[in-house]
Design a protein. Structure first.
Length: 122
């Protein structure tokens, strides 16, 4: 159990990816701790518009998860807008936050709601 916990913590902290640091483009592939804003920062933007693939999406909610580890923050962003975007890695743009690249998943049958599940080191 302790070995599994250590492995999971190493994966979350990015230390398993350290050998990739010497590869070309690795600096862009390994974001810093502060590259994704905290849930509180997103919570202040609920109701505001984000641009995704030329479409406008409204941030409907920020759903936080109970913290099992003081160093790991987990939360979900819920965005609502026009249908037509597929699951995948997308660039989100907001006038205050700038541009973020997040994995988005369509979370309703009509395709109008997107969800991004985020785990970040606090």
């Amino acid at each position: 159990m302790n070995r599994r916990r250590s492995l999971m913590f190493a994966a979350a902290s990015g230390s398993l990816l350290a050998p990739l640091a010497g590869l070309p483009g690795a600096a862009q592939a390994l974001p810093s701790r502060s590259s994704v804003p905290a849930a509180a920062r997103f919570s202040a933007l609920v109701g505001q518009r984000f641009s995704v693939a030329g479409r406008s999406y409204r941030l409907e909610a920020v759903r936080t998860a109970p913290r099992a580890n003081a160093r790991l923050e987990q939360f979900s962003l819920v965005l609502r807008g026009r249908a037509g975007l597929r699951d995948g890695l997308h660039r989100l743009h907001h006038p205050v936050l700038g541009e973020l690249q997040l994995q988005l998943a369509v979370s309703n049958a009509r395709g109008t709601t997107l969800r991004a599940d985020i785990s970040r080191l606090a």
